[in-house]
Design a protein around this ligand. Structure first.
Ligand code: COA
Length: 187
C-alpha cells in the first residue's frame, strides 16, 4: 500500500504527540462555583481570559463569515465582558501553567432545560494558541465534568462549529455523542 506525503506527515505528527505525552505540560485546573470565579480571579487573570476569548472569537468570526454572518467581537473580549460572563456561568474552570491562565471554560444552565432538566451546557472554552494540541483542552473538559458530577450534575451538552475538529475531539473523548446539526441562512 502506498501512502501519500500528506498521510505520512499526518502520521508523524500524530506519533510525535503520543511519544512525548509524558513530557506534555500539566496545567493546574481550578473549579469555581457561581460567584466564586469573580471573587477569586485577579484583575490580571481576568485580562488574560479576555485575551484568550479574543483568540476564540477571532477564530469563530472567520467560521461565521464563511457562511455570510458577521459576528460582533468587541464587547465579550473586554474585561467587563468577561466579568459579566463569569457572573452568569454556574461553573467555571481555569487552567494555569507557570502562574499564567492558559485556558478557561464557561458553562450555562439555560440551554436544553426542557429536554434535559439539570443539564449543564459547556458554553465556551479556549486554550491559548501557544499550547494547543497538548491535551489541555481534553483534560479541561474532563476536569469540568468530574467537578460538576461531584455537585450532582448528570447531564451535559455542548455545541461545536462543523469546522472545529479539535473542539469536537475534546467532546468525543469525554463521552459526548453527536445529536444535532445547526444551520444558518444569512440571505
Ligand atoms: C478546542 C480547544 C479548546 C482544544 O484544546 P487543545 O488543548 O488544543 O485540545 P487537545 O490538545 O486536548 O486536542 C484535542 C484533540 O483535537 C485534536 N486536534 C487539535 N488541534 C486540531 C486541529 N487543528 N485539527 C484537528 N484536530 C485537532 C488533537 O489531536 C486531539 O485529538 P487526539 O487526542 O485524538 O489526538 C482549542 O483548540 C481552542 O482553544 N480552540 C479555539 C477556541 C475554540 O474553538 N473553542 C471551542 C468552541 S467554544
Amino acid at each position: 500500500m502506498k501512502y501519500t506525503k500528506k498521510q505520512i506527515e499526518e502520521a508523524i505528527k500524530y506519533w510525535e504527540g503520543k511519544l512525548f505525552e509524558s513530557e506534555r505540560p500539566e496545567p493546574a485546573f481550578e473549579f469555581y462555583k457561581g460567584a466564586q470565579a469573580l471573587e477569586s480571579l485577579s484583575d490580571a487573570e481576568i485580562a488574560e481570559i479576555a485575551g484568550l476569548r479574543r483568540q476564540l472569537y477571532e477564530m469563530e468570526k472567520k467560521t461565521w463569515l464563511g457562511v455570510g454572518v458577521s459576528i460582533p467581537t468587541e464587547e465579550p473580549c473586554t474585561e467587563a465582558g468577561v466579568r459579566e460572563s463569569l457572573a452568569e456561568s454556574p461553573y467555571t474552570v481555569v487552567a494555569r501553567l507557570d502562574g499564567k491562565v492558559v485556558g478557561f471554560l464557561l458553562t450555562s444552565n439555560e440551554k436544553y432545560q426542557f429536554l434535559m432538566p439539570g443539564n449543564v451546557y459547556l458554553d465556551e472554552d479556549c486554550v491559548d494558541e501557544n499550547v494547543r494540541g497538548l491535551g489541555i483542552g481534553t483534560k479541561m473538559v474532563a476536569f469540568a465534568m468530574k467537578m460538576c458530577r461531584a455537585e450532582g450534575v448528570r447531564q451535559f451538552s455542548a455545541s461545536v462549529d462543523v469546522t472545529n475538529a479539535a473542539s469536537e475531539r475534546t467532546l468525543l473523548k469525554n463521552g459526548f455523542k453527536p445529536i444535532q446539526k445547526e444551520y444558518v441562512c444569512s440571505q
